[in-house]
Design a protein around this ligand. Structure first.
Ligand SMILES: [Zn+2]
Ligand SMILES: [Zn+2]
Length: 208
């Protein structure tokens, strides 16, 4: 009987230990899996400033994060369209300016549109236009806006040939409102200034 007891007891004990061990192994596996997922699918190390960038849509608000939210540099990885990752160049892309992507909707005026970053590949010279992510540094975007106004003439000509118009001093209000959410304040301000005239224009636009 004693033998049975000694056999039975370690057995129960082992089962408990096994359960704990299995649980810990599972936990380790889960942690490893999550780490791997983070490393390969939802994060990259910026080739320019070295920052570890999380690609999760929760942070960026865009589907294909293609530039660093800190220094705004990108990598030449896309060939035909954003996110295809088919380019073999793989060189760094410098942010050279901002442009406005005009909406095809008929009521959008020439001066409005979505603010986009213009990138130029430092190796092959390819130009690409990219959406600004929600967590892109507004300060660095503003610095980019200010420096793009001082672009060299040959660069301006290159962009013009491609039909890309970098933002100019005249777009200051649009740039500020998109970078710092000034839109609502500006709308209130102009409504107060123009009074009934604004509401008349708005109602006629809606009626169209
Ligand atoms: Zn960076
Ligand atoms: Zn390139």
């Amino acid at each position: 009987m004693k033998k049975n007891y000694t056999l039975e007891y370690p057995c129960r004990h082992d089962k408990k230990k096994d359960r704990l061990k299995n649980h810990r192994t599972e936990e380790r596996r889960e942690k490893k899996r999550k780490q791997k997922e983070y490393d390969t699918e939802t994060a990259f190390r910026c080739a320019h400033c070295g920052m570890l960038v999380n690609c999760s849509r929760e942070y960026s608000g865009v589907n294909n994060r293609n530039h660093c939210p800190n220094c705004l540099w990108s990598l030449h990885v896309d060939l035909y369209k954003a996110g295809d990752r088919k380019a073999e160049c793989r060189a760094r892309m410098r942010p050279i300016g901002l442009t406005l992507k005009h909406s095809p909707k008929k009521y959008s005026s020439e001066t409005t549109g979505e603010l986009m970053i213009i990138h130029e590949c430092t190796a092959c010279g390819k130009i690409s236009i990219n959406r600004i992510a929600a967590d892109d540094s507004p300060g660095n975007l503003l610095a980019l806006y200010e420096s793009s106004a001082r672009d060299e003439p040959h660069q301006q000509a290159k962009l013009k040939d491609m039909g890309i118009l970098p933002v100019s001093a005249a777009d200051l209000t649009t740039v500020f409102s998109q970078l710092f959410s000034w839109q609502s304040i500006l709308e209130e301000f102009s409504a107060a200034e123009q009074g009934a005239e604004v509401s008349l224009q708005e109602s006629s636009t809606i009626g169209e």
